[in-house]
Design a protein around this ligand. Structure first.
Ligand SMILES: *Cc1c(COP(=O)(O)O)cnc(C)c1O
Length: 424
């Protein structure tokens, strides 16, 4: 499609957009009396208007029923978390029994490493990407030390080539092959938080299995953003947070995927608690742990219902729209944003470089833009004028036009504000 950098053209794209009406289903902060152009759905998604109703429902049931609410709420609390897997599994390409919702992301990755990072003999190494999200780096190093090993030797980082912004699959595969039977685990971010690069999870998962390693994915930037086929790819485990593209609210619960081949397996150790115990017998308070037959066996504590409520509101919206429609709009709006950046770059002779891969297979919603010759004052100008983006040192802004609530006209308006900010 041939794009144009005009308001009329952007509006014509909005008119054809079947998801356009969803913009009204979210609450936008305002700057100077106008709704902002929100590019940070990759960091904290906007609040769906339905979220408060779901929270109020829990508050109301708690007030009216107190302890009886566990079984007699409009959505009983004792199995509230079971409302997620059916819908979430479609978002991540899993079987419903492979998905559960609990805790928060880094906590879940720790718990999943208890099950899937089992260093023995010389098979002790973990392959990660260099400059992984800091929490992942801390988590992995602390797990390695917990096993009495040294992160200096046990953590193997795949590096980008000098001067390049992306990881090359061939380099990742080479590291996997070279590490061979010393590799216990491969654990990487499926979508890189900094560059927006989507890794070839299928190929990497297969390569990891070929050398006898387990393969897990941190899907913080992937869930609700890109197409995932965790079951088909044979991934061992994965976890994601829900407050980025999934709009569940600050610091909210994490989803987990545990491949069905490990359900019921006694070879896989696990930290256990009563919410993972056989549901029918949970309240009989018996001494011996009987695991649930599915991913729910990894549950530990009774679920934080007030946190799950807005997440459920969001998951129901995802289910109504479906990933295919979101991905179709995503492709178009990201392409339009890229076009706008190039047009404005030409008009103002600006020197921006999009460091996100240009191919559709290797990127999702986010474009990371390196602003050569522009500084933080441009970022500040954008913020003051209602464009919410984020700044990453040394000179990168990340723009994620979430297809649920960003419009094509937002992209056009952003281009105009960017131009003013540069020419100022
Ligand atoms: C956002 C993000 C996290 C955040 O972890 P929490 O435990 O939810 O604070 C972790 N890893 C990656 C890759 C992220 O992008």
């Amino acid at each position: 499609m041939e794009f144009k950098n005009t308001r009329d053209f952007a509006r014509s794209l909005d008119k054809e957009d079947l998801l356009a009406k969803y913009k009204d289903e979210f609450i936008f902060p305002e700057v100077k009396g106008k709704k902002v152009i929100y590019f940070t759905g990759n960091s904290l998604g906007l609040q769906p208007k339905t979220a408060a109703k779901y929270v109020e429902e829990v508050m109301h049931n708690w007030a009216q029923l107190a302890v009886e609410g566990h079984f007699h709420s409009s959505k009983p609390w004792w199995d509230y978390h079971e409302r997620f897997p059916g819908k979430l599994s479609k978002i991540v390409g899993a079987k419903p029994q492979e998905v559960t919702v609990m805790n928060t992301l880094t906590v879940n990755l720790h718990l999943l490493m208890v099950s899937f990072y089992r260093p023995v003999g010389k098979r002790v190494k973990i392959i990660v990407e260099e400059k992984a999200f800091p929490s992942d780096q801390y988590m992995i190093a602390s797990q390695v030390r917990y096993h009495g090993l040294d992160p200096e030797t046990a953590v193997v980082e795949v590096k980008k080539r000098p001067g390049e912004h992306h990881f090359r699959t061939e380099d990742i595969l080479k590291t996997i092959e070279e590490t061979g039977d010393e590799c216990a685990l491969i654990l990487m971010g499926g979508v890189n938080y900094y560059s927006g690069q989507v890794l070839d999870m299928e190929t990497i998962t297969h390569a990891g299995h070929k050398i006898g390693a387990k393969v897990g994915w941190d899907l913080a930037h992937a869930a609700g953003n890109i197409e995932l086929k965790l079951h088909e790819w044979g991934v061992d485990f994965a976890a994601w947070c829900s407050y980025k593209y999934m709009n569940s609210g600050p610091g909210n619960a994490s989803g987990c995927f545990i491949n069905e081949k490990y359900h019921g397996s006694r070879e896989i150790p696990r930290f256990e608690g009563w919410w993972g115990h056989n549901k029918e017998r949970r309240f009989l308070m018996e001494p011996a742990f009987q695991p649930e037959p599915d991913a729910n066996a990894w549950q530990i504590s009774n679920a934080p219902i007030l946190a799950l409520a807005p997440y459920l509101a969001s998951v129901e919206m995802f289910d109504e729209v479906g990933m295919p429609a979101l991905l179709e709009k995503r492709n178009k709006i990201v392409a339009y944003l890229e076009f706008i950046l190039e047009e404005i770059g030409r008009e103002v002779k600006g020197d921006f470089e999009i460091i996100t891969p240009s191919s559709r297979e290797e990127r999702g919603t986010q474009l990371s833009v390196f602003l050569h010759g522009e500084g933080k004052q441009l970022f500040n100008y954008l913020m003051e004028n209602g464009v919410i983006t984020d700044w990453r040192e040394p000179n990168v802004i990340r723009l994620a036009p979430a297809p649920f609530y960003c419009s094509f006209e937002d992209m056009y308006n952003f281009g105009q504000i960017l131009k003013e900010g540069i020419l100022k």
